[in-house]
Ligand binder design. Structure first.
Ligand code: ASP
Length: 325
C-alpha cells in the first residue's frame, strides 16, 4: 500500500495543487485549492485507460467533441477480446451468456444507456444512439438489441474461448455464486474535457463475472456508474456495482465538487460514504475518478491496486490511486 501511495503522490497530484483559481458557478469554495489546467484533459479507469486516452486525445486534436472522444476511446476496450471485463470477450454470467452494460453523458446533460445487451460489440455506441435518436435514456435487453440492429449494428458471439474456459472452471469450484472480491473488476470509465471546457463521460462493462442472469450493475446507471454536470465536473465509478448503486457514488462525488471540494477530496468523501454504508467494505473494491470544470482530477479507492490513466499537459500516464485500506 505504501508503494501505491508514494506512486500516487509522485504522479497523481494534479487537482490538489495550490494556484490561482477561476471561479465558476457554485464552485467558488474550491478557491485556491485547484488550478486551471491546460485543456484537454482525459482520465480513465484502470490500465486499459491509457490506450483509450490516446485514442480520445487523437479525436479531440482532430476537432472532435468530448462526446466523440469518450465514445471512441472506450470502444478500444470494447473491441479488445483479450479484455475480459468489457465488450467482446467479456466474462459471461453464470449461465454462460455475455451481457453488457454501458452509459454515456454529454456536457448538455443528455444521457443514454443500455443494460443487459447481448451480442453487440459496442454498447457505448448503442447508448449514444439511445441518447441521440430516441426520446428515452435507457433501453434494456432484447429491446436494446432490437434497437441496435435497427441502427445497423452487427451481431456477434462475444463469448471467447478464454472466457468460456474460465466460466467452465468457475462452475467446478464456485458453488454457483458470482465472484465478489477485490480483483474481479476492470470496467472502463472515461471523462474528458475538451478545449472549449465541455465535459463528457462514458462507462462500459461486461459487469461482474458469473453474475445471475439479468443482473445489472452500476455502470449503465446515470448517477451510479457515471455522472456529468458541466457546471461542475464528472465522475465515474468501478468495482462492486451493488455498493455503488446503493450510494449513487458518481452523483455524490459531483455534488461534493459542487459544494466546493476538489476532485480528489470529492472522490475520497464519496468512497468514505460508501464504506460507512457497507460494513463489509474490506471484502470488495470500489474505485472512483473525477474531473472538474478546470481540468483538475482525482482518484480514490477502497483498496490499493486501483489504477487510472491521466492524459494531461502532454503526458498520458497510469498511476495508482490513493486508497482507504
Ligand atoms: N461496476 C461493474 C459492475 O458491478 C464491475 C466493474 O467495475 O468491474 O458491473
Amino acid at each position: 500500500m505504501k508503494k501505491a501511495r508514494r506512486n500516487f503522490l509522485k504522479k497523481g497530484t494534479l487537482g490538489i495543487v495550490s494556484a490561482p483559481f477561476l471561479s465558476i458557478g457554485s464552485c467558488a469554495a474550491t478557491e485556491n485549492k485547484t488550478s486551471i489546467k491546460t485543456l484537454p484533459v482525459i482520465i480513465s479507469t484502470w490500465d486499459a485507460g491509457k490506450e483509450a486516452n490516446e485514442e480520445a486525445f487523437k479525436i479531440l486534436k482532430s476537432g472532435g467533441t468530448s462526446l466523440d472522444a469518450v465514445e471512441k476511446g472506450v470502444m478500444l476496450a470494447e473491441a479488445d477480446d483479450t479484455n475480459q471485463y468489457v465488450g467482446d470477450g467479456g466474462k459471461p454470467d453464470r449461465d454462460g451468456y455475455v451481457t453488457l452494460d454501458a452509459c454515456i453523458m454529454d456536457w448538455k446533460g443528455n444521457a443514454g444507456s443500455v443494460c443487459f445487451l447481448e451480442n453487440i460489440v459496442h454498447p457505448i455506441s448503442v447508448a449514444r444512439r439511445v441518447m441521440e435518436k430516441t426520446p428515452h435514456v435507457m433501453l434494456v435487453g432484447e429491446g436494446a438489441k432490437q434497437f441496435a440492429i435497427e441502427e445497423g449494428f452487427k451481431t456477434k458471439n462475444l463469448l471467447t474461448q478464454q472466457s468460456k474456459m474460465d466460466w467452465e472452471e468457475w462452475k467446478k469450484t464456485a458453488e454457483y455464486r458470482p465472484v465478489i472480491n477485490t480483483e474481479n473488476h476492470d470496467t472502463i470509465g472515461m471523462l474528458a474535457i475538451d478545449e472549449k471546457g465541455n465535459i463528457s463521460g462514458a462507462c462500459t462493462t461486461s459487469g461482474m463475472a458469473f453474475k445471475m442472469r439479468g443482473r445489472v450493475g452500476d455502470s449503465p446507471i446515470i448517477g451510479a456508474g457515471l455522472f456529468v454536470d458541466n457546471e461542475v465536473g464528472g465522475a465515474v465509478a468501478t468495482g462492486l456495482g451493488e455498493a455503488v448503486l446503493r450510494t449513487l457514488t458518481s452523483f455524490l462525488c459531483v455534488e461534493f465538487m459542487r459544494n466546493g471540494k476538489t476532485p480528489q477530496e470529492a472522490c475520497k468523501m464519496a468512497i468514505e460514504r460508501l464504506t460507512q454504508k457497507h460494513k463489509n467494505y474490506k471484502d470488495f473494491q470500489v474505485g472512483i475518478i473525477a474531473l472538474d470544470k478546470n481540468g483538475n482530477t482525482g482518484a480514490f479507492a477502497i483498496q490499493e491496486g486501483f489504477t487510472y490513466a491521466l492524459s494531461a499537459e502532454g503526458k498520458n500516464e497510469v498511476s495508482h490511486s490513493e486508497s482507504m485500506i
